[in-house]
Design a protein. Structure first.
Length: 499
């Protein structure tokens, strides 16, 4: 018989909340219906703040997730949550898609694993080819390196850039330039190029840092521009050129998110900025590395986010494109580094071997999941579904619904594209003054949403790394207009409750 009490003191950071919940009745019945013999009843009812799992926080209890289907996740109490953030911009095809599990099981039955130093596999070769095609003509003749997630892929891309430069006779080039207020992952190399202050501050003594240039953020534009930030975009790009020149031919690559992900909350670059960046990199022999861990695989309404900014004749053609999250939609740990022909040729014709590897790169079961996910994305036309500029799509419904929040006093900005949006909160709409960071306004709204059965991604620090509150919204592309309207009304209520 399931029974238990949850009584938790959340820290000030999470608001002081004492929650009491009973597991008897409804919840118990719901839990039994998803019964998994591998998980004991005592495990699913554990709600202590300390458990054998080293969780992300000791300060809050975590609901126990037991099932997912479509845009919904259920916890062990039987409570249903609408996943309006795709977990953390991960799920794109919806939860619980049977054919993905089937593809993984079939691969595991056939061949669970081989090491990439000894074998390749049909599934890796086929999926790599499909992914190169999905990435477009710029990557024709290139190659894909599969990893187990975003951070591993970023590490791989940084090393690939360095080795390319060595292999083409540019041994002096080793620095990787990046941007402030960016996030590229949690491993030490990825943290070094990230700008997200909170996530990296205490680890800084462990990392080797290079220059972080400014990042355009039009809502809080530092220049008094009146041209939709075209001109200031050029000034930010010029900062890159100055940093490259200051580094005296030692720059191997420049890494950027086409659209800011978690750190700034779906900030889109001003017109002309990315083509200018690309042109500067090309002119100085610096590899352009697009981090599409969050924006890739259809999330923004294009196969990859950079496609929005490739207006001929000033296209932007990354030399290396990194993706993860939506690549497997969360069904398996998977990331990919897509390298252009130029980069692959450089290494193939240079040393002839990439000096890098993880035990689990190109894991057959993960790659099978990714392949089945891409098949699903194509079959269900989910990239088009995500396009917020096409009438009648979930993308356009999301844009319209979120824009309606602008009438609230504390909503300063609503921005984004496709199915990746940010809602920024302000204490004063006129001056754009943020809330005091200690208030954790975004966290309060996030918790109020959670109580209402809605998952969002609250973040702080968009103003200066500490102050500034926003929500990141990134639902699966199978969401309906009705579900979007319900979710946005719940966000409205959660904001009003927190203000
Ligand atoms: C743009 C970007 N790059 C890299 C990463 C790191 O990916 P992972 O958490 O899968 O290691 C993230 C994760 O949020 C991300 O948003």
């Amino acid at each position: 018989m399931l029974s238990g009490e949850l009584s938790a003191e959340w820290s000030r950071e999470w608001q002081v909340v004492t929650a009491t919940r009973s597991y008897a009745g409804e919840g118990a019945r719901a839990t039994r219906s998803f019964y998994n013999p591998a998980v004991s009843e005592s495990t699913v009812t554990q709600q202590q703040l300390r458990t054998p799992v080293l969780r992300r926080s000791f300060r809050k209890p975590y609901p126990v997730a037991v099932r997912g289907e479509g845009v919904y996740v259920w916890d062990a109490d039987g409570k249903r949550y609408l996943d309006f953030s795709g977990s953390a911009a991960v799920n794109f095809i919806g939860h619980g898609v049977r054919e993905i599990g089937d593809a993984m099981a079939e691969q595991a039955r056939q061949l669970e694993f081989v090491h990439t130093s000894q074998f390749t596999t049909p599934v890796a070769e086929e999926f790599a080819q499909e992914l190169l095609e999905f990435a477009g003509g710029n990557f024709s003749g290139g190659a894909v390196y599969f990893t187990s997630g975003g951070s591993e892929s970023i590490e791989t891309a940084l090393k690939l850039a360095r080795q390319y430069q060595v292999d083409v006779g540019e041994e002096k080039r080793y620095q990787i330039l990046s941007r402030q207020q960016s996030y590229h992952g949690s491993t030490l190399g990825a943290l070094a190029v990230s700008g997200n202050r909170k996530r990296r501050e205490i680890y800084l003594p462990l990392v080797r840092e290079f220059e972080h240039i400014g990042i355009p953020y039009c809502y809080r534009c530092a220049f008094d521009c009146t041209d939709s930030c075209y001109n200031c975009g050029q000034q930010y790009a010029a900062e890159l050129e100055r940093a490259i020149l200051a580094a005296r031919s030692e720059v191997a690559g420049f890494i950027f998110e086409p659209m800011s992900g978690a750190t700034l909350g779906a900030v889109t670059p001003p017109p002309g900025y990315l083509p200018a960046i690309a042109e500067i990199c090309r002119r100085h022999g610096v590899l352009l590395i697009a981090d599409e861990v969050m924006t890739g695989m259809g999330r923004t309404g294009r196969n990859f986010g950079v496609e929005h900014f490739s207006v001929e004749p000033r296209g932007i053609a990354p030399d290396i494109l990194v993706t993860a999250k939506g690549l497997s939609s969360g069904y398996a740990p998977l990331g990919a580094v897509i390298a252009s022909k130029k980069v692959v040729d450089g290494i193939a014709n240079g040393s002839g071997a990439f000096l890098h590897g993880f035990t689990y790169n190109a894991h057959p079961v993960s790659v099978a999941a990714g392949r089945a996910v891409l098949h699903r994305i194509r079959e269900q036309k989910l990239v088009r579904a995500a396009d917020s500029e096409v009438a009648g799509t979930p993308g356009s419904a999301l844009k319209a619904a979120l824009e309606s929040l602008r009438d609230l006093d504390v909503v300063g900005d609503v921005r984004g594209m496709g199915l990746l949006w940010g809602v920024e909160f302000v204490a004063d709409k006129k001056t754009k003054a943020p809330f005091a960071p200690e208030k954790n306004f975004a966290g309060m709204v996030g918790q109020a949403c959670l109580r209402r059965g809605l998952l969002v991604y609250p973040m702080q620090g968009c103003v200066d790394g500490v102050a500034g509150d926003h929500l990141l919204i990134a639902p699966p592309a199978v969401i309906t207009a009705g579900e979007i309207d319900w979710a946005v009304e719940e966000i409205r209520a959660a904001i009003l409750e927190s203000a």
